[in-house]
Write a protein that binds this ligand. Sequence first.
Ligand code: F6P
Length: 364
Amino acid sequence: MVAGLKRIGILTGGGDCPGLNAVIRGVAKAAMSGGLEVVGIEDGYLGLIENRMRDLTRLDVSGILTRGGTILGSCNKANPAKYSLPDGAGGWTVRDVRDQVVRNYALAGLDAVVVIGGDGTMSGAAELAARGLNIVGVPKTIDNDLCSTEITFGHDTAVATAADALDKVHTTASSHHRVMVVELMGRYAGWLALHAGVATGADVILIPEIPFHVDKVADYCVKRSRGGRGFTIISVGEGAAPAGHDRFVDRVIDNSPDPIRLGGVGKFVAENVEKLTGLDSRVSVLGHIQRGGTPTAHDRLLATRFAYHAYELLTAGRFGRLVVQRDGKIDSVPLDQVANKVRTVPLDYPLIAAARAFGTCFGE
Ligand code: F6P
């Protein structure tokens, strides 16, 4: 054990995802067994900014392995370098509160913090590490879009949920001979729409990495219909866009460091396919259902392996690092290597070639 390590904090930042509690449990139980005190920091970086922390006991972290969400709460608006506060005139003012975070970390007697989050949270972690905080990062996100790791926990559960939805729309699609579009999350990366689409044999898969032509999608639906298959299932990632068209933005959240929320591409596809083909078309937007529920066994195992490696990094004094999986092995990389980068689906990803070979349409 590295000298001076007595008391560690844990926080979960960004959007919640299945498996966060499994990591909290893994880190906390290993740390407690190793004689460390464990502090739960509430609502991501907000807890460090506003000094909201509580000591955790074994009882607190018992029975949470299978629970979705996070017992600590999370926040995707609190970036210490650009913290939004009401300006008193109905707007927002942005302040750098990193010094306040450093002070609260010291006040709480923390020797290190395990930060569990996605790219935004890791960018914040890298900046705090540069100010002297001892940080170990653990990658989460249903989007699977974090650089340097080939998988994030939460993704497998979201794929299972999305696949269940795609399976279920088959019923109405075949009963009513319809085109059924399911819009899935994933932001600027298409992992979720691709994995769920291939897992359910979706006929059309539209992802941000491959700009699509809606007339090609329409032609494909007509061909299926004429060929005797009276319906078409379309899996579309929220970040997908027609060639030459911007992504569909649903809303802009003023006081968020990452203000764009995507949405609308599913409606665009359904409306245009119906207009071009006359085929009855409907859209379902799955939304936050993909972030909920109990983690799959795969995500519990991955979260647990990540948690244990985070503990190993802490006790070895290897701070400023993010736990990752590479070539199937758990490893770590410097935190600043992943900040502000998005890992999109490579165009030579074998599953795309496989899906094309099976006749799946990518709208090209
Ligand atoms: O990054 C996770 C994610 O669920 C994205 O897939 C989605 O675009 C976004 O977060 C939604 O954010 P919010 O919870 O703020 O609506």
